[in-house]
Design a protein around this ligand. Structure first.
Ligand code: UD1
Length: 420
């Protein structure tokens, strides 16, 4: 297995180009199950998770080719409706094949994804929504089986204990498109990736209104056709590079960024004292002066994204003052705290809060990545630390960051891969 080694302390400077959004690509690839026509998806990042979704599509009978950022999906010889445990267990987002399979074939059998290190992550909201559309649902031997002779539009409140759910909104929206009549999803997730999926579905012939707001309305149609679509830029990758610039006291210009998706992140970094200039689809993030600690609470979009919580904690760990970071989406998403403390950070966890007392500097250490965004946090900490940091289990990073080492090397970072 490979590990990533970083010799920290280099100011990062230069330009970086953001890849397509992982969280858009996955449901959009799943949506191709709704038609037998060809679909062409452009701007697809070379990520382990995108490749897993392609494998799932093939296992469900589709032909799917991935070349130079373009995935072409066409009908195969047969339609399989069973998404196997082996694939689904490697990536929770695979569960979003349930909605399109049920919508198109009126039956689906999808392995339950299980929990992961960031929390229990139930799927009750997905099942509530799909049941409301008239499907019979059975859970047996670790699989969800959903069946319906026909699906019927419904008024569905999809809020849970932690607010809206991104993938449950995606799943229910995809199941409702070929249902009879009108569906209203209340407390729908407003994330830009849900909007991107809805835009793709509209290109396929779906009738959707209100995406990007908490109330989505879907008028069922009989048939969807093929479509071509380009994936939006990844806002979490963008946030990660913004923080990389600040934590290394650098000066990075970030190209192909969707600035409109980053309001909460820009606001917090500016509050801390960062200099951020914005032009169309690029951001210049410059360290001008010592930053000050800020408090952060993660919330559903447009609030501060939970997927950037670990990265901003790395920044706060070397920022003057005390920062209280509150996690409102995944109260247990703090696996990175202990690893940051091993590098010299002063962070105390109190339930869903982390109290970060900024130190003057971190020192490089061997650390272990526990999940995707915690890995990014450790890379950022390693870039800022004195001496060498080695990060094990970097396959997590490959799930969600395209060419991260290469992009960082071009900005001047001393980062390389080694065999463990
Ligand atoms: C998506 C993102 C993930 C991000 C998360 C929150 C993808 C592929 N993944 O995950 O990167 O961290 O949104 O922004 O888009 N919940 C329930 N019941 C459910 C579903 C969710 O209680 O049926 C809870 C979750 O445990 C969590 C909260 O709702 O506390 C939000 O989770 P959700 O938005 O569903 O996350 P995902 O869509 O799985």
């Amino acid at each position: 297995m490979d590990k990533l080694s970083i010799e920290g302390g280099v100011r990062l400077e230069g330009e970086v180009c953001i890849s397509g959004a992982k969280n858009s690509v996955l449901p959009i690839l799943a949506a191709t199950l709704l038609t037998d026509d060809a679909c062409i998806i452009k701007g697809v990042p070379e990520l382990r998770d995108a490749n897993t979704m392609i494998k799932i599509l093939r296992s469900l009978g589709k032909n799917a080719e991935f070349e130079k950022g373009v995935v072409t999906v066409t009908a195969g010889k047969s339609n399989n409706f069973v998404a196997d445990y082996k694939l689904v267990s490697t990536m929770r987002a695979s569960f979003c094949v349930l909605g399109p399979l049920l919508g198109k074939l009126k039956k689906a059998k999808v392995s339950l994804p299980g929990g992961c290190v960031i929390g229990i992550r139930p799927v009750d909201l997905h099942l509530k929504g799909i049941r409301a559309l008239g499907a019979d649902i059975n859970i047996e031997s670790g699989y969800v089986t959903a069946k319906a002779t026909r699906l019927k539009g419904a008024h569905i409140y999809l809020g849970g204990v932690y607010g809206s759910s991104v993938l449950a909104t995606d799943n229910v929206m995809m199941a409702a498109i070929l249902a009879d009549g009108k569906t209203v999803i209340e407390c729908a997730a407003c994330e830009p990736e849900v909007v991107d999926l809805a835009e793709f579905l509209i290109k396929m012939g779906a009738k959707i209104k209100g995406h990007g707001t908490p109330v989505i309305e879907i008028e069922g149609v009989r048939h969807l056709h093929g479509a071509s679509h380009t994936i939006i830029p990844d806002r979490i990758e963008t946030a990660t590079f913004m923080i990389a610039s600040l934590i290394t006291q650098g000066n990075i210009t970030i190209k192909n960024a969707c600035v409109g998706h980053l309001g909460a992140v820009i606001d917090k970094l500016e509050e801390a004292g960062a200099s951020i200039s914005i032009t169309d689809n690029s951001l210049k993030v410059r360290f001008k002066k010592q930053l000050n600690a800020v408090n952060i609470t993660t919330l559903p979009y447009p609030g501060f994204p939970t997927d950037a919580q670990a990265q901003i904690m790395a920044l706060m760990s070397v920022t003057r003052g005390i920062s209280v970071i509150t996690e409102k989406i995944y109260p247990d998403r703090f696996m990175h705290v202990a690893e940051l403390n091993r590098m010299g950070a002063h962070i105390q966890r109190e339930g869903p809060h982390a109290i970060v007392d900024g130190v003057n500097g971190l020192s490089g250490a061997p650390v272990m990545a526990s999940d995707l965004r915690a890995s990014a946090c450790l890379v950022l900490a390693g870039l800022a630390a004195k001496g060498k940091t080695s990060i094990s289990r970097i396959y997590h990073l490959e799930r969600g960051y395209e060419n991260l080492e290469d992009k960082l090397q071009r900005l001047g970072a001393r980062i390389w891969r080694e065999k463990e």
